[in-house]
Design a binder for this molecule. Structure first.
Ligand code: SAM
Ligand code: SF4
Length: 330
């Protein structure tokens, strides 16, 4: 699938639920209203839709959410998607998780064909972790991370850079990741969805974080890429990588290869734009064939926009998009 700007679309992110067992302050409001369960696609329908995408050239699928591992029976979906790996067309099946359920699922994930996992961890300080997630316990996430490592999954730690919150911790996190063999990916906050906090207070440009890290660590640019928007450096002292995802200071749209499917079957062609395509209707229409769904997907790719225009500008201003990251899938 080639979009109007010549980009080849080979990466599908699927938000399998908008629900979560945490309430990270930059992601969700404390009091969220979630979708009624009746609106969700079944796991079988999600698998079928993913199969159509793979038939159209998608090579990498990432399950996300909300928290993907809180969706009931989600392992069934991992297993059916895992069967699409290899000669069936898919190169990689992976997930982004907060890690709370990983201790339980790490081995099953590996058995299903998952080899890499991104785990979100913004701080190594237990009290700060609880504050950032509103009620999470860091030990559960750490247990999950080490269970994933023990199960043979490569772990990448995702941390959102938050001004005045974790900016003094990055040296420690680089060292900790080096010690345990994890890559680290730092992310700038994006203005998605109403939250209680003011995003101007949270925003920390990663250009500044990188300059500070370079005072302690020997950072070398690399052209390593995982098919995602991160720019990577290697850390000579640890031998690990640090990725920087900078939607606000650096526009990464020109190399965008992805689209995002929600748990209700809505396809977003850009994380930062409102336009979407409804795939649930063609999927469920009586008598509809896979060809009808294919046509709906191809038409949607034909409308993929050139890029987003996130800005965090005015104090108290409305978010760039009313949709939370947990709906579209991070
Ligand atoms: N619950 C899983 C997790 O936390 O990893 C998967 C979904 S979560 C929405 C995916 C990623 O998006 C997480 O790394 C999270 O930190 C990040 N995220 C959430 N809201 C964000 C925002 N407003 N700006 C930047 N990153 C955000
Ligand atoms: Fe849940 Fe992930 Fe959002 Fe945190 S970032 S509230 S863990 S979906």
């Amino acid at each position: 699938m080639i979009d109007p700007f010549g980009r080849s679309i080979s990466y599908l992110r699927v938000s399998v639920t908008d629900r979560c067992d945490l309430r990270c302050v930059y992601c969700m409001a404390e009091d969220m209203t979630f979708l009624p369960k009746a609106e969700l696609l079944t796991l079988e329908e999600l698998d079928r839709l993913c199969g159509t995408f793979v038939g159209l050239g998608v090579r990498k699928i990432r399950l996300t959410g909300g928290e993907p591992l809180v969706r009931r029976d989600v392992m069934t979906l991992f297993r059916s998607l895992g069967a699409r790996l290899g000669t069936a067309g898919l190169d990689e099946l992976t997930l982004t998780t907060n890690g709370t359920q990983l201790a339980r699922y790490a081995e099953e994930l590996h058995a299903a064909g998952v080899r890499r996992v991104n785990v979100s961890l913004d701080t190594l300080d237990p009290a700060k972790f609880t504050a950032a997630t509103r009620w999470g316990k860091i030990d559960k996430t750490l247990d999950g991370i080490f269970a994933a490592k023990a199960a043979g999954l490569a772990v990448k730690i995702n941390a959102v850079a938050l001004k005045g919150f974790n900016e003094d911790e990055f040296d420690r996190m680089v060292a900790w990741c080096g010690e345990h063999g994890f890559d680290l990916c730092l992310i700038e906050t994006m203005p998605l969805g109403e939250i209680e906090a003011d995003r101007t207070d949270q925003y920390l440009p990663l250009s500044l974080v990188r300059r500070r890290l370079a005072q302690t660590w020997t950072l070398t640019d690399t052209d390593y890429a995982t098919g995602g928007p991160a720019r990577y450096v290697t850390v000579a002292e640890t031998g690990r990588r640090i990725g920087f995802i900078t939607p606000l200071t650096h526009n990464f749209c020109e190399s965008c290869n992805r689209v995002r499917l929600t748990c209700t079957g809505t396809l977003y062609m850009c994380l930062g734009q409102e336009d979407a395509a409804d795939l649930r209707t063609p999927l469920r229409r009586p008598g509809a064939t896979e060809e009808d769904v294919r046509e709906a997907i191809v038409a949607a790719i034909g409308r993929k926009p050139k890029g987003h225009d996130f800005v965090i500008e005015r104090r108290g201003a409305a978010p760039a998009l009313s949709r939370h990251m947990s709906v579209t899938g991070g």
